[in-house]
Design a protein around this ligand. Structure first.
Ligand code: NI
Length: 187
């Protein structure tokens, strides 16, 4: 297994629309290795999500940590050819970061709840209903498959901040009650 090089903002692969994977491709050892390497790469950089275009592969695949509090604990979930259906009109704003836009954070509106339908690494379909931070991660990663970066989703750039200043002025305090401020991690 290897740690992969992460494409940074400006690389055209991050702006391309990724192609769906054929079911027959999923069992391919090269694709299985890509999945393992993406998980390792996400862990290496303490990310909570990583999409294939971020490692220069323009296919509809991402890996993500779906724990509620956004600490990136537990096991990675693999999503192939994901489709998102919003679970209502409620939109919440929360901090996001991106491994392809290092050390920058901004507040992004996302739907609070969604259903995601995807194939797992064995090519089996699964559906998940997600809410809050895991729903945010899945929206961020699915955007990567369409060449969309979180900056594109910000309604204003006024909250844009470097990580040091984020930690100093905006990071969640222990007593804060806003449960959607999970900006320590990158996706
Ligand atoms: Ni990202």
């Amino acid at each position: 297994m290897s740690i992969l090089k992460v494409a940074r903002m400006g690389h055209p692969v991050l702006r391309a629309k990724a192609r769906p994977l054929e079911k027959s491709e999923i069992k391919n050892p090269a694709l299985q290795l890509l999945i393992d390497d993406m998980v390792d790469t996400m862990y290496e950089y303490s990310g909570v999500g990583l999409a294939a275009p971020q490692v220069h592969e323009s296919v509809r695949l991402f890996v993500a940590m779906l724990d509620e509090d956004g600490r990136g604990e537990g096991e990675a979930t693999v999503f192939i050819n994901p489709e998102i259906a919003p679970g209502g009109d409620t939109v919440v704003e929360g901090w996001e970061g991106c491994l392809s836009i290092p050390d920058v954070r901004g507040r992004v509106p996302r739907v609070q709840q969604l259903t995601v339908s995807a194939l797992d690494r064995d090519g089996k379909r699964f559906d998940l209903v997600l809410e809050g931070f895991p729903a945010r991660v899945v929206q961020h990663e699915t955007d990567h498959l369409d060449g969309v970066l979180f900056l594109d989703r910000m309604t204003t750039l006024a909250s844009l901040t470097y990580l040091d200043e984020y930690s100093r002025y905006h990071a969640r305090r222990a007593d804060a009650d806003d449960d959607d401020d999970e900006g320590d991690e990158e996706e």
